[in-house]
Design a protein around this ligand. Structure first.
Ligand SMILES: NC(=O)c1ccc[n+]([C@@H]2O[C@H](COP(=O)([O-])OP(=O)(O)OC[C@H]3O[C@@H](n4cnc5c(N)ncnc54)[C@H](OP(=O)(O)O)[C@@H]3O)[C@@H](O)[C@H]2O)c1
Length: 282
């Protein structure tokens, strides 16, 4: 009986701990790529709402300064700053992020930037592959190498890569993008295995069609290539989504925020589609 009493007691307390979902990011520093607009900006807002200090990253310092001023400040001492850098210049990226991590530990890294130009893979030039690999895979790697020593030391690290549902199935007309996304997903899975033991998780979020400038550009390109109206392209895209609509960037950001939180401590190496059902549980 004594054994059962003890067992029941510890079981109950474990259940109570699990029931408290901790998504508080107070005191955590987050570096968020491509955060002057779209999905990256939505991630910055969501993580700031949970208390994180945000460092915005993009090529647009003035835009980011306005965003940094307006981001939520909900925790004591919470503050936000920015890093203006072009991912095409990895030397400059290294230099600036080295300076940043010398002064603060980055606990949360959201790897995100603009998607490669569209077009069929048979039309893709080799330079386009090199550029896309650089801006996505190589920059993710540079940022990860520079931020993980701090994460390991802090015993808390969350790396979240914004990729695409093309990790599950290629999207027609996005040849260079589809190819690069697969490489980033494989890189992330490998990284997840190596960092798991240090409490650093690595996960991928795969947005479906999300209402941002990037999607509007793709719609324009497809309409021009097929010589149809943009409305026709939008209708066709939405008809392939079980929910029958595009995502709001905030709907991608909440998935990122959860993976960034203490609550997601035992989740690593996954690719999570946030796509209104488009990949049909692939
Ligand atoms: N929207 C969708 O439907 C969708 C679906 C699946 C996957 N995705 C992917 O998710 C990611 C984000 O998409 P999004 O729709 O949010 O795109 P977006 O609205 O075009 O935003 C892209 C962000 O990346 C920054 N950026 C672009 N090139 C950069 C560079 N060379 N160096 C530094 N920053 C750069 C942009 O800032 P500046 O221009 O100010 O530098 C901006 O903040 C992309 O990889 C996209 O392909 C999007």
């Amino acid at each position: 009986m004594g054994f059962h009493d003890d067992h029941d007691f510890s079981f109950t307390s474990t259940i109570q701990q699990l029931n408290t979902m901790n998504i508080n990011l107070t005191g955590k520093n987050a570096l968020i790529g491509g955060s002057s607009k779209g999905i990256g900006k939505a991630c910055a807002i969501e993580l700031a709402k949970l208390g994180a200090n945000i460092t915005l990253v993009s090529r647009s310092p003035e835009v980011m300064a306005d965003i940094a001023r307006e981001l939520p400040r909900v925790a004591p001492g919470q503050d936000h700053d920015l890093l203006a850098v072009d991912f095409s210049d990895t030397i400059d990226l290294k230099k600036k992020v080295k300076m940043l991590v010398a002064t603060k530990t980055i606990h949360i890294l959201v790897n995100n930037t603009g998607g490669p130009p569209g077009g069929p893979i048979m039309d893709a030039r080799t330079e386009e592959f090199i550029q896309a690999y650089n801006n996505h895979l190589i920059c993710n790697h540079v940022l990860t190498l520079l931020t993980t020593p701090g994460m390991r030391k802090a015993g808390y690290g969350r790396i979240i890569n914004i990729i695409s549902t093309s990790v599950k199935a290629p999207i027609p007309g996005l040849g260079v993008s589809n190819t690069t996304r697969g490489a980033v997903a494989s890189w992330a899975k490998t990284m997840a295995n190596e960092l798991a033991v240090d409490g650093v998780t690595v996960n991928n979020v795969l947005p479906g069609k999300t209402d941002t400038d990037r999607l509007r550009e793709i719609i324009g390109d497809v309409a021009a290539r097929r010589a149809v109206s943009e409305e026709t392209v939008v209708e066709g895209m939405m008809s392939e989504i079980p929910m029958g609509r595009f995502a709001d960037p905030g709907e991608i950001a909440v998935a990122v925020a959860f993976l960034a939180s203490p609550a997601a401590s035992f989740i690593t190496g996954i690719s999570l589609p946030v796509d209104g059902g488009q990949t049909r549980s692939m």
